[in-house]
Design a protein around this ligand. Structure first.
Ligand code: FUB
Length: 305
């Protein structure tokens, strides 16, 4: 290989251009939770790998988590594996079950939330927490999962008064619990989010804008497939009123998103399977999102190639 080609290959392993979707091409990444910490943009996604038994396998193969930061406004830096399935103190080994995570900052500490299969053999996932003094880790992983809740897709909201809410769940029901100040225990029993439309739901993500709580979620809209929908309310517990779709279905597979305001612009992060063409080898993407004057969200058209 020519020296110049080798340099390009090595660089593209660590850095990929922001200017195009998908955001990175050296890994399959899904469920991107984007966060802005101290003005810098980070993404905490999950990681799909090719199953040993072939792509016809009906299940996701997700052995670990990587994380990324935006460098110089145009490249995504990959920090490598921040948690491997076999390092989860309470987790089943080799479960390939490291689904969508989230990370938030409270005080000077970063809290990384992730679902995993517990080693007690139960069918449902639990949610664990790791802490770090840096957004990029290393994280110190808690010895146990958060007691009192079962489910996937942790999504965190820290309100203006410092109270923290954990949204989670999948299937027909999504839930919210307030967390204690230690961020590792629930302060209130899970409450079901009411008044959402029928259909399979997951991927909760709640954010606050102009005093309104936007509860957003992946929703298998009857007759259409996976969409991203939203509801609004005046309290982090709801009640919420369904307002419509942020993104229509873009293919026969999951979608999972997060929404951040970065440098004054709203961005929707989500996933598709641009590179593989296979809906269990996904790639994270991003497109700008806008609000109308009445506070409703303009539907985002994915910038598909
Ligand atoms: O990536 C595994 C699962 O698929 C996530 O937890 C769901 O939100 C869906 O994207």
């Amino acid at each position: 290989m020519k020296k110049s080609n080798l340099i390009f290959l090595l660089l593209s392993i660590c850095y990929t251009s922001l200017a195009q979707n998908p955001l990175v091409t050296h890994l399959f990444t899904a469920d991107p939770t984007a966060r802005v910490f101290d003005g810098k943009l980070y993404i905490y996604p999950s990681h799909d790998i090719v199953p040993e038994h072939g792509v016809d396998a009906p299940k996701f193969c997700m052995p670990d988590y990587h994380m990324f930061s935006l460098e110089n406004g145009s490249t995504w830096k990959d920090y490598g594996v921040i948690l491997d399935q076999n390092e989860v103190p309470w987790g089943e080994k080799n479960s390939n079950g490291m689904w969508a995570p989230d990370c938030v900052k409270k005080g000077n500490t970063y809290y990384y939330y992730y679902p995993a299969k517990p080693k007690d053999g139960s069918a449902f996932r639990r949610i664990g927490v790791g802490t770090s003094k840096s957004p990029t880790g290393p994280f110190k992983w808690g010895k146990s999962y958060i007691k009192g809740l079962k489910g996937i897709d942790p999504g965190l909201l820290i309100d203006d008064d410092g109270k923290t809410y954990l949204y989670f769940g999948g299937g027909k029901e999504l839930f919210v619990s307030q967390l204690k100040d230690n961020m590792k225990e629930i302060a209130s029993e899970p409450i079901k989010i009411e008044a959402l439309p029928e259909g399979y739901k997951e991927g909760s993500f709640c954010f606050k804008k102009d005093g309104i709580y936007y509860f957003t979620f992946a929703h298998v809209f009857p007759g259409e497939g996976y969409t991203i929908g939203y509801a609004t309310g005046k309290s982090p517990f709801g009640p919420f009123q369904y307002r419509g779709k942020i993104m229509d279905n873009i293919g026969n597979g999951t979608n999972h998103h997060s929404i951040v305001n970065y440098q004054g612009k709203w961005i929707l992060f989500y996933h598709w399977w641009d590179i593989s063409g296979y809906n269990k080898l996904r790639s994270m993407r991003a497109d700008y999102m806008e609000f109308k004057e009445d506070g409703s969200i303009k539907k985002v058209k994915p910038s598909l190639r």
